[in-house]
Ligand binder design. Structure first.
Ligand code: MSP
Length: 514
């Protein structure tokens, strides 16, 4: 059986979930549900990144222990993902005892192999990013992203990252879909044109104690990125006796797809693969960097600007599945995209209310009115119903192709095109008139649109699990198997069709005053 392993970044526990982090998590959830629908065995990992200066400082301010602070903050994420119907297999916390042990085992192995050495570091350090910079990295005396830096000199431990530079370049060139989208791959290759420095992987406890102790020097804790990146492998069994088969299955056979934001590309596409090379482990299958969700002024939605949309609040305004649909439909994965209620309103009204919803309610109402709520039989095919059927039968493989190419917005576009065609067919055939002249032909039209609703509804289920479950229930479909989406007809004779309220009421957000 084919396998699919997808991960989100582990989010800084100190921040609260916002629309940007929700976007990445919902995208992972949608891809995971699509692969499940394809009949694959899937694993979806998310979690929180809990060590480091920021968590330590926040806990100090509150007068509680960092662990207590993390235990409380983590609930914000777990609650939000539940409300957004995110169905992960595991929620990973970097403060879990097993992770600490794995990180220490890996550090010790690398130290014993001479891949980690001790040296005195002198240079610039950005507290907010927890990253070291050399003189030439600085832009106008600040970090390349504009953060304050301070000059420091201290003894530290270094991972021989530079040693793997050529191997990494070769790997990227030989695996063209390792880093996606393509322009991000080129960015990484561009970065690798400069000599790669070794990576400082320790922090003196005197400055920062909230971290995983370095096993060969108790005065130091592990650099938070070295700890955090390992989560993807710890979660599926790395260095854990008794979990070897699981590790084999997910890390080696399936291979991870890391969904990340473009700001953390270097850590994922340079630090992480070289760490794995040194540990003699396979690399993730794909690293896919998404763009930003932008605010009204086309700037990155960010906490510091104070314009972050709480994803649960926004879900309560626009509806859960409508939000999920918008994020997947409007954002071409990898590109930046704006978010506003106006954009949601226009997308939801045109594609969900007027298109899918309209087809479903017209079909349901007419079956009720002319066929006493029982699915009518197919009769004589004509050119337009044949063309529509043909499109429907091709749809599932088109959708799969787009999902496999990480183009979920295009997958949805194909579905919408078929629904548009079905609404046109309905308009042309006008079964509400036809029923009075030729009931058999009207029945054929409705039997056809019912099958369209079945196939399109099923293909939309990874994006809108709740709404489509209601939709499929109304047309008497119990479960969706992938093979069934290339079968026609499937809804049994005699099935009761329920009409129900509009599935996607039209939205009008003007009153909310955005
Ligand atoms: N803890 C690290 C990741 C470690 S993974 C081993 C981290 N956490 S984060 O909480 O700051 O960010 C998590 C992700 O959210 C990043 O990939 C970031 O790109 C993404 N986003 C933050 N703001 C965003 C938008 N406005 N839009 C889209 N994604 C955004 O980095």
């Amino acid at each position: 059986m084919k396998r699919f392993y997808v991960t989100t970044p582990i989010y800084y526990v100190n921040d609260k979930p916002h629309l940007g982090t929700a976007y990445c998590t919902i995208t992972a959830d949608v891809l995971n549900r699509f692969h499940k629908l394809f009949g694959e065995e899937t694993y979806f990992l998310t979690g929180t990144d809990e060590h480091g200066q920021k968590a330590q400082q926040a806990a100090e301010k509150r007068g509680i222990s960092p662990q207590q602070h993390c235990d409380e903050m983590v609930l914000n994420f777990q609650k939000a993902w539940k409300e957004l119907n995110v169905e992960y297999n595991q929620f990973f916390r970097t403060t879990s005892p097993v992770h600490k042990k794995v990180v220490q085992t890996c550090l010790q192995k690398l130290f014993d192999k001479g891949e980690i050495y001790c040296d005195v570091y002198e240079g610039w350090y950005s507290v907010s990013e927890e990253i070291f910079y050399t003189e030439k990295d600085l832009v106008d005396g600040k970090s390349p992203t504009g953060r304050e830096v301070t000059r420091i000199q201290e003894k530290n431990y270094f991972f021989r990252m530079s040693k793997y530079q050529e191997r990494l370049i070769d790997y990227i060139n030989n695996h063209p879909d390792f880093i996606q989208p393509e322009f991000r791959k080129n960015e990484v290759l561009g970065f690798l044109r400069q000599p790669l420095a070794d990576l400082c992987i320790s922090r003196p406890k005197a400055r920062l104690s909230w971290g995983i102790e370095i096993p060969f020097d108790p005065d130091y804790v592990t650099y938070v990125w070295f700890d955090a990146l390992l989560n993807y492998a710890t979660a599926v069994g790395l260095e854990q006796p008794g979990r070897e088969l699981e590790f084999e299955k997910w890390w080696k056979d399936a291979g991870a797809l890391h969904l990340i934001g473009k700001d953390i590309l270097t850590t994922h596409a340079v630090y992480w693969p070289t760490m794995l090379m040194a540990l003699e482990l396979p690399l993730p299958r794909h690293i896919f960097a998404t763009g930003w969700i932008l605010n009204k002024d086309n700037a990155k939605m960010s906490k510091s600007v104070g314009d972050v949309v709480n994803p649960v609040d926004i879900k309560n305004i626009i509806g859960l599945d409508e939000l999920r649909y918008f994020l997947i439909r409007d954002i071409h994965m990898g590109n930046d995209a704006p978010f506003s209620l106006e954009l949601v309103e226009s997308r939801v009204n045109s594609e969900l209310a007027n298109n899918l919803g309209n087809l479903l309610s017209r079909t349901g109402n007419l079956v009720e009115k002319f066929f006493a709520g029982v699915k009518p039989s197919f009769a004589q095919d004509d050119e337009s119903s044949r063309a529509l059927r043909q499109k429907c039968l091709e749809l599932s493989s088109l959708v799969k192709k787009e999902i496999d190419s990480m183009r979920p917005s295009f997958a949805l576009e194909h579905i919408i095109q078929v629904l548009t065609m079905a609404n046109k067919y309905m308009e042309e055939k006008a079964p509400w008139k036809l029923a009075k002249e030729n009931l058999t032909e009207a029945g054929h039209v409705l039997a056809t649109t019912l099958e369209v609703v079945r196939i399109c509804g099923s293909l939309l289920s990874p994006v809108m699990p709740q709404k489509t479950s209601e939709l499929l229930q109304r047309i008497g479909v119990q479960s969706t198997k992938w093979e069934d989406l290339a079968k026609w007809p499937l809804i049994p004779e005699g099935t009761r069709i329920q009409k129900g309220d509009p599935l996607f009421p039209r939205k009008d957000f003007k009153t909310i005053g955005q």
